[in-house]
Ligand binder design. Structure first.
Ligand code: ZN
Length: 416
């Protein structure tokens, strides 16, 4: 069995000593609201993160396309997106690793949950503290360890911090898919489960919006001339809901319907939203075709216009040979530190799905240990800050020293 060297042990003792400072800094990031739609808050934190990454090299902002959404009035509106914070450390003829984390959270500016509270039982409660700001702290400190070990020049690194993961990476997703083509391995810093279990396979997911235009009419005097958009949409949604379970692992969640108002008016507009999750890449075309057929059938009914927006934006992340190879290596590395590593499949999605789409093997839950994410009870296990830093640092050190057999699911492209 390979052992962790004296020098590395010294570096890791330093990490233990610095955990308090890491936590203090992390709290300042969490107390800064970065809900996915809070442009000003995200811009503020992006500057802080740029400065953190600049310690290692020339960090930069990558601007992203606008975020376009269909609002409850059925109109397409666009919002400016904050940038990706990026650092590239190119090392010619050496393997390279893509490190990804997001700096947005699910809690918007008006949300009740805005600050951290130490629960004084080794846990700390805070918005985004596990998902995923704790992971950013782990990532930066692990890079510092790599630098202290004199190994930062031995491996190519690209860091991408995106501002929109919690809403499905609508602006940054395509960029992640593209950059994933140029690396050997991806590490993503989503939280692991509280006991340290990592996520293996993931389903694919897509958000959809349907807009139905009908015709308004007086409900008393002239109801026959009206075309009730709400009724039309609910009929369509009943049919879409029937797709649930028609393929292995296919789920449909009809999530919301907006429209209508005064009780004496036939509603002429309805906007509905739903989410689909899917297990196999082979079923995506089938699903999208079914949805298109249903939409066009309802659109062809006299007096109605029906439009469908959205699609499967995150493809399933299956357990490929390359991914299994990486998982095994990460398990072995954890064991060197006395960390038991287990993997579990989930229907949840993250940017790991985007990296897999380009054939990049990746493990996507290398951030802190935590739980109750996306709720006001979100917490982080404080000691996991140092623990996961050492874990990730050792993964990178071993990769830099040639202890990992890099294989991809598709050919790696040369730098672009
Ligand atoms: Zn997350």
């Amino acid at each position: 069995m390979i052992e962790v060297s004296q020098k590395v042990n010294q570096i890791f003792d330093g990490v233990d000593e610095q955990q308090g400072d890491m936590l203090a800094e992390l709290i300042t990031w969490c107390d800064m609201n970065t809900g996915s739609t809070n442009y000003a808050g995200l811009m503020q934190l992006s500057e802080v993160l740029l400065a953190k990454l600049s310690v290692f090299g020339e960090a930069e902002f990558v601007s992203l396309p606008d975020r376009v959404v269909v609002n409850d009035q059925g109109e397409e509106v666009s919002f400016q997106s904050p940038p990706i914070v990026r650092l590239v450390l190119e090392r010619e003829h050496k393997p390279s690793v893509l490190l990804v984390g997001h700096y947005d959270t699910v809690y918007d500016k008006e949300h009740a949950f805005q600050i951290c509270t130490d629960l004084s039982n080794g846990l700390i409660n805070g918005p985004g503290i596990a998902d995923l700001k704790g992971g950013l702290s782990v990532m930066f400190k692990a890079l510092e360890c790599l630098q202290s070990a004199g190994l930062l020049d031995e491996i190519g690194i690209e860091v991408l911090l995106n501002p929109d993961e919690e809403i499905g990476s609508p602006c940054s997703g395509a960029y992640l898919v593209e950059r994933a083509k140029y690396h050997d391995v991806g590490l993503i810093f989503e939280p692991s489960l509280p006991d340290g279990t990592l996520v293996g396979e993931r389903k694919g997911s897509g958000n959809f919006t349907v807009r139905v235009n009908g015709k308004a009419a007086h409900a008393g005097r002239d109801i026959e001339s009206g075309r009730n958009a709400l009724v039309h949409l609910t009929k369509l949604f009943n049919e879409i809901n029937e797709l649930h379970g028609q393929k292995d692992g296919l789920t449909v969640n009809i999530a919301s319907i907006q429209g209508g108002g005064a009780l004496n008016v036939v509603p002429d507009l309805a906007v509905g939203r739903f989410n689909c999750r899917i297990e196999s890449n082979n079923d995506i075309a089938w699903l999208e075709e079914q949805l298109a057929l249903m939409t066009s059938e309802y659109n062809s009914v006299e007096g109605y216009q029906v439009a469908l927006f959205g699609g499967i934006t995150r493809r399933p992340k299956p357990l490929t040979k390359a991914n299994q190879n990486l998982q095994n290596f990460i398990t072995e590395t954890g064991n060197l530190l006395g960390i038991d590593v287990a993997y579990r499949a989930t229907g949840g999605v993250c940017d790991g799905n985007n990296l897999s789409q380009s054939g990049l093997p990746n493990v996507d839950t290398l951030g802190v240990r935590g739980g109750d994410i996306h709720s006001i009870n979100e917490y982080m296990v404080i000691d996991s800050l140092a623990e996961r830093t050492k874990f990730v640092a050792l993964i990178l050190m071993r990769m830099a020293q040639g202890e990992f057999d890099f294989i991809r699911d598709s050919e790696k492209l040369n730098k672009a």
